[in-house]
Design a protein around this ligand. Structure first.
Ligand code: F6R
Length: 611
């Protein structure tokens, strides 16, 4: 949430920052701003996306070799020019951008108001900035020292970048709870909420940790803790190519990411699954295999689409491993003093690895003694780092705000963990184990097959784009797919959609059914098939429009429906990796047909780093 970029070095800072902000726009796009230092500070900011800021400052003096930039997802104060970052301090000598929330800002603001400060915006950021300036002025200290003192009083989460008119070429940065990456170039440094703004300039990066403060000059990076002790930066090499963060010919990142799924699932299985030898190798899980096998309970915590992956995993783990599983919304789990017993294992699922609720839920469970396993996409992210073990999903950067390829990669990883535990525990017989390994190995090819029907789904999108509501129904392993299909449709096209267990529909939602309501069934061939077909009959009898995801060759079900989307047959445990694909495409094409900004749906941001 909120993207931050910084640059100091010999290049013109503005183009580097603007390009970086475009890469980070998935994190929020309510407003945009830059602060450039060339002698004095110049701050340009505006409500709206990065392109709108660019248009508004054509012809202005943008020359500078140091600068910071921000793309905002509003928390305190509505999205407008005033509340856009960077903020300038009362004296105008400091500028700051911020990602996070300062929880005690109201108290700090009161103190500053009593001292005669006034505020131009409604943000917590401006309060923190003036708090820093007040300390700097009263203590006659450096900006670095003032930031250190200020942060000891701050409650909340932040990444902040500051410029000071008095120290040209220098950026001060600090982090707690929100991500910050520093790219190391030759005589230059880059900063970003993730590595994407710096990818074409350097592959060497430092992930700043919580409670660390950085003093960044073109040819020097000093990292300190809040106790003013110097820390040796740990430089890591990025393993991402530029093409991974560009659209490479696709109209949208979302479409690119949907079409990447055969490869991303393959990458996720590669080196781990050996269907011939009958082995699954996952080093980050291996050492906890005993604890998982003997766990009283597995608690899965996640949000949004990752939570849906967790729901599928619940069914898989219970079936294959015979272990009790609970799936929790991280935001609910963390606040209700959850009961965690010795022997409970937590699996935290997150694409970004930065979701604030999931992160705090992990800390809550960790403090109670649970083993934490992370299933995370972004390498080096906070959740990956606070987990005891786990497995990366290797889906590559996901930039479209609606999650697609991360979901199927999460399912692949979770299935492999369940299969490994079941095998080690002896709760699965050899024949079924080998069958599932073989089937899993074939999933990437089958996903490619589903993608071949994209033109057909595009036509369906045209047909159903005017719907005002839709109901998505599924049972068993496909129940969570129905929830995910509904979530995709509402976030991308703004059509109201609800996902429900198909049988539960009779206990309320069936009242919505009339000849105008599209009802999307996820009805692939599985052990629930006959039951779900009966549910389809119930909708048909009430004249609802029946659309279904069905298995190849299922002519009987096809004949019941107004429209179908066909996927290859697969074992029911693995079916969600296939049945979700047509629903991703349907949401995408409906969103496009309605003229929505599918990569940046309104009000959303990809990485939810605030509670
Ligand atoms: C939906 C979507 C969100 C995320 C949720 C969790 O398309 O992207 O619901 O799944 O915000 O994010 P992560 O997985 O990064 O923790």
């Amino acid at each position: 949430m909120c993207g931050i970029v910084g640059y100091t070095g010999p290049r013109e800072a503005y183009p580097v920052i603007i390009k970086g902000l475009k890469r980070l726009e998935y994190r929020g796009y309510d407003s945009t701003g830059v602060a450039l230092q060339n002698g004095g500070l110049k701050v340009y900011k505006k409500k709206g996306k990065v392109a709108e800021l660019e248009d508004s400052i054509v012809g202005k003096d943008l020359h500078a070799h140091v600068g910071i930039g921000h793309t905002r997802w509003a928390t305190h104060g509505e999205p407008n020019d005033r509340n856009a970052h960077p903020h300038s301090s009362a004296s105008g000598k400091l500028a700051m951008i911020h990602n996070g929330i300062i929880e005690n800002y109201a108290q700090l603001k009161q103190e500053l108001l009593k001292k005669g400060y006034s505020f131009k915006s409604d943000t917590d950021t401006e309060v923190l900035l003036n708090f820093v300036e007040d300390i700097k002025t009263n203590n006659h200290c450096s900006l670095e020292e003032a930031v250190r003192i200020a942060l000891k009083r701050v409650v909340g989460a932040y990444v902040i970048l500051l410029l000071d008119e008095e120290t040209p070429g220098t950026i001060i940065a600090a982090r707690k709870g929100s991500p910050l990456v520093i790219g190391i170039g030759k005589g230059e440094h880059f900063l970003g909420s993730d590595a994407s703004p710096m990818l074409e300039y350097t592959k060497e990066v430092v992930y700043v940790n919580d409670y660390e403060l950085a003093i960044i000059k073109p040819d020097e990076l000093i990292l300190k803790n809040l106790g003013n002790e110097t820390i040796t930066p740990y430089v890591q090499k990025l393993d991402i190519e530029l093409a991974a963060i560009e659209k490479v010919g696709y109209d949208h990142f979302m479409l690119k990411e949907i079409f990447e799924q055969p490869q991303t699932i393959y990458d996720c299985l590669r080196g781990r699954l050996d269907a011939i030898a009958g082995t699954i190798t996952m080093s980050g899980i291996q050492q906890y295999s005993g604890q998982i096998m003997n766990a009283n309970r597995i608690v899965i915590i996640a949000c949004g689409t990752s939570w849906h992956a967790g729901l599928v995993a619940e069914y898989i783990f219970e079936e294959l491993c015979r272990i009790n599983v609970e799936v929790e919304y991280a935001s609910e789990f963390r606040y209700r003093n959850p009961v965690i017993n010795k022997g409970d294992v937590i699996i935290a699922i997150s694409q970004s690895g930065e979701t604030a609720d999931t992160l705090v839920a992990i800390e809550t469970a960790k403090a109670k003694g649970a083993i934490i396993l992370g299933v995370v996409n972004v390498v080096g992210s906070s959740i990956a780092r606070v987990s005891h073990g786990g497995a990366y999903t290797h889906a590559g950067p996901e930039i479209g705000v609606a999650s697609t390829k991360a979901f199927t990669a999460q399912l692949a990883v979770l299935t492999m963990i369940a299969l490994k535990v079941a095998h080690d525990k002896g709760s699965i017989d050899k024949e079924r184990y080998m069958h599932l390994l073989n089937e899993l190995h074939e999933i990437p090819q089958k996903v490619s097959k589903v993608l071949e029907s994209s033109e057909h789904i595009k036509r369906l999108a045209e047909k159903y784009k005017e719907a005002s509501d839709a109901l998505y129904l599924g049972r068993g392993y496909n129940f969570a797919v129905a929830l995910e299909g509904a979530l995709k449709l509402k976030e991308i096209s703004y059509i109201h959609a609800e996902g429900y267990p198909a049988a539960e529909m009779k206990h309320g939602p069936i009242a919505l059914v009339d000849e105008n309501l599209p009802v999307v069934f996820v009805a692939t061939k599985d052990s629930y098939h006959e039951k779900i077909v009966s549910n389809m009959q119930e909708i048909k009898a009430r004249k609802g429009k029946l659309i279904a995801v069905i298995s190849e060759g299922d002519d009987y079900t096809a004949a019941l429906c107004n429209d179908v989307m066909v996927v290859p047959e697969a074992d029911e445990i693995l079916a969600p990796m296939l049945s979700v694909i047509p629903l991703q495409l349907l949401a995408y094409y409906i969103g496009v047909a309605k003229g929505c900004d599918v990569d940046k749906p309104r009000n959303l941001a990809k990485s939810v780093t605030v509670e």
